[in-house]
Design a protein around this ligand. Sequence first.
Ligand code: PMP
Length: 396
Amino acid sequence: MFEHIEFYPGDPILSLVEKFNADPRAHKVNLSIGIYFDENGKLPVLSSVRKAEIDRAKQAHPRGYLPMEGLATYRTGVQNLLFGADHPALKENRIATIQTLGGSGALKIGADFLKKWFPQSKAYVSDPTWDNHRSIFEGAGFEVGTYPYYDAEKIDVKFEEMLNFFKSLAPQSILILHPCCHNPTGVDLSHEQWDIVLQVIKDKQLIPFMDIAYQGFGDNLKQDTYAIQKAIDLGLSLFISNSFSKNLSFYGERVGGLSVVCPNSEEAALVFGQLKAGVRRVYSSPPAHGGFITAQVLNTPELFAEWENEVATMRDRIKNMRQKLHQALTAKQPNRNFDYFIKQRGMFSYTGLNPAQVQRLQDEFAIYLVGSGRMCVAGLNESNIDYVADAFAQVM
Ligand code: PMP
């Protein structure tokens, strides 16, 4: 009965993690999956989260369903974080926000919504992007194209090519954009470039879908929303998927959000209703525990301040590792320019290593990167940085 089923070779990154886990070499280093590890190589439990959990555990809470759209306090917390509590668009009630199963769930519900209500549109992802962007939009029924983004030679954005491509698109084409900390390259647009791109998006009546999974890992929680703020300032309608997997170190709790900024409150109410309908037919309602804890961290001023500091600690540690790697490689190969390691932002770096070099790192040194040469910088720490720099220098 099932002989016609196509073999699933597995997700390339998750398969790599399995291979890493099975590797018996004690000095192995995992720089593959996008997870933040602390200076001891451990997945941190944030103190702000822990406090919220201890507080909540003082009483027994019946485990009822959340509504389709999720917890109201969570949704407010997401809105305040993304837009700022005093944002005029919030006062005008024209942003529809739902709690979702992580950032992935937000992308899925957003993609389904767009396919239903903008069936003629084509979707475009950056070249390259997080693989699941394509999978999720194709899964929703879209034909997915790519827009020029990464310039491997300059280790920068192909800005003019990207702009020209956007100018060539049909109205209501959907653009999946990374407002900060581009995955997988680490190469972001500057604020000035965002201003120009967003104006083109407006002029050409394109639909921006901003996926922010690393808020706080670039400059800080607020500044990392620059592109979102600017898009609203320009009067654009836009989709925003956000995730607390990384910045709250809450991966398995599946906490994210989908917000749709609409022209007015009447349209926002229509959109909100259809987002709920979309949730109902896919998973009915989001998980409660992560929602309550996240809402408490977001809405309690002391916990929020503590969380902001914890995000800063994670961000600064990554930046410090970038500096150290840059320093070590420059010392070993003074004629080569490694500035890109410190210019790139967020958790990832396109190292410039080719698939053969990545394979050699794995075989000879037990250092695991993604085949594209993407490194998760958060896998580096004081104990392994010299070893990794040395290995990089040997294979480069
Ligand atoms: N978008 C991007 C760009 C990501 O890198 C990720 C996580 N790797 C997500 C969305 C989804 O995050 P989540 O784990 O919250 O589903």
